[in-house]
Design a protein around this ligand. Structure first.
Ligand SMILES: Nc1ncnc2c1ncn2[C@@H]1O[C@H](COP(=O)(O)OP(=O)(O)O)[C@@H](O)[C@H]1O
Ligand SMILES: *[C@@H]1O[C@H](CO)[C@@H](O)[C@H](O)[C@H]1NC(C)=O
Length: 407
């Protein structure tokens, strides 16, 4: 009979009294840590060990991570394919497909969906020459998927290209533990009331800055037009700003910035929520304020064009509310209460430097009589393609009524 000494050693070590006493101790410590931080299991895996593999040369091959919006209109999905050489532009990227029955995008039969590469960024996780590829989704019959709002957004942007529409969006979000509780909040209760946290510094005021810093740098590396970041009014709530971006770039850059945030949070074992009112009650909600201007508005005397646009917006409030969250206004109803620096969802209002209005004209824009205005209604989980498209349709294509025009 042959004795497998490795096995014997293994059995001995697991049966050894020292091991037996240490094992529950080690396990319980890990469980305690997980419970306390409410971070994910995969975040406990050694990132230093992973780094050893990420240093391996990859030859001539390039990894392209294809990203798309799923059937919820707010969830993101991704998968990776190997390319034989570095793509120089979007034309070098092949179409791909996926199973839409697993992404709330189609029923079982005819579940193949197409991924159409639309915008390419550097990959801050796998680094050069690897890519992030934002895709449009088409159904089996090559018609746009229900949540592919990019296709019509792009169409109206092209119609008004000569007016050079610029956008800037302020993305607010909340960092949550994997248990859904805001990161760093006491497990059975609330932190001190709002006041010290906005733009705060210090361990008792800024909850989760590591994520914000990692995300900011990763966006810069990727080529996302991120222009700033700050801590928000509610603890564990943060904001980043993207812009100014012209036309379709606004949606592309914001979606990729969101993807990068989810991916950074995954590494840290926490979750980024874009819910517009993550904590009910006396806590600020989360929006996605959108700055908008045209070439005319940015030139001397542009205030006239700004006021004209606001006049058109005032007549189309319901259409915009429907376009400003993925549930046709239901999500935003929890946030736009008229309190906590928001307007009331049922009323349209506009004013200079008024944070409680639907539309705010920044003070310096009122003084210089040119610049841009801010639509404060979009929800944090809005689709930026839907928001920017609605602004163009109403302000520049002079659409009226509750339905968009078919061009
Ligand atoms: N759609 C837009 N049109 C014009 N300018 C924009 C737009 N979006 C963002 N901006 C930029 O945002 C900047 C305003 O930021 P900032 O100076 O911080 O404003 P404030 O002083 O009012 O806080 C302007 O300088 C402008 O260049
Ligand atoms: C939007 O405008 C406000 C001023 O009204 C400014 O503070 C902010 O930086 C701008 N954000 C973006 C993303 O352009």
């Amino acid at each position: 009979m042959r004795i497998n000494w490795k096995c014997v050693l293994f059995y001995w070590s697991t049966a050894h009294p020292l091991f037996l006493t240490l094992c529950p101790l080690l396990l319980s410590r890990c469980v305690i840590v997980i419970n306390k931080m409410a971070t994910s299991a995969s975040a406990c895996l050694s990132k230093a060990v992973k780094q050893e593999y990420m240093k391996l040369p990859q030859g001539d091959k390039v990894q392209a991570m294809y990203i798309w919006i799923d059937g919820t209109g707010e969830g993101l999905r991704c998968k990776t394919k190997t390319l034989d050489s570095e793509p120089k532009s979007i034309e070098d990227l092949p179409e791909w497909n996926f199973d839409g029955s697993s992404t709330y995008q189609s029923e079982g039969s005819n579940s193949d969906m197409y991924l159409i590469p639309s915008a390419m960024f550097r990959d801050p996780f796998r680094k050069d020459p690897n890519k992030l590829v934002l895709c449009e989704v088409l159904k089996y019959n090559r018609k746009p998927a229900e949540t592919n709002l990019r296709i019509t957004c792009n169409k109206v942007m092209e119609m008004v290209g000569d007016q050079h529409p610029w956008f800037g969006m302020e993305q607010e979000y909340t960092i949550l533990g994997t248990d859904g509780h805001p990161f760093g909040w006491p497990s059975n209760g609330f932190p001190g009331p709002q006041g010290p946290y906005y733009c705060g510094v210090g361990a008792d005021k800024a909850y989760g800055r590591d994520i914000v810093e990692a995300h900011y740098r990763a966006c810069l590396y990727a080529g996302v037009n991120i222009c700033g970041t700050n801590a928000e009014v509610m603890p564990a709530q943060w904001e980043f700003q993207v812009g100014p971006c012209e036309g379709i770039d606004m949606g592309d850059h914001l979606w990729v910035a969101r993807f990068i945030l989810h991916r950074v949070c995954e590494d840290f074992g926490v979750v980024a929520s874009f819910d517009p009112k993550p904590i009910p009650g006396n806590w600020n909600g989360a929006g996605c304020h959108t700055n908008f201007s045209t070439k005319e508005m940015r030139e001397d005397g542009g205030l006239k064009a700004i006021e004209d646009s606001i006049e058109k917006l005032s007549k189309r409030h319901n259409y915009h509310i429907r376009a400003y969250d993925p549930k046709g206004g239901l999500d935003n109803a929890r946030r736009l209460t008229g309190h906590h620096e928001t307007s009331n969802i049922h009323e349209f209002s506009a004013g200079v430097a008024n944070r409680g209005a639907s539309i705010r004209i920044p003070r310096n824009v009122g003084q210089e009589k040119k610049g841009y205005f801010e639509d404060r209604r979009p929800s944090a989980n809005c689709d930026p393609y839907g928001v920017t498209e609605a602004l163009i349709r109403t302000c520049l294509l002079n659409e009226e009524g509750d339905e968009p025009t078919d061009y």
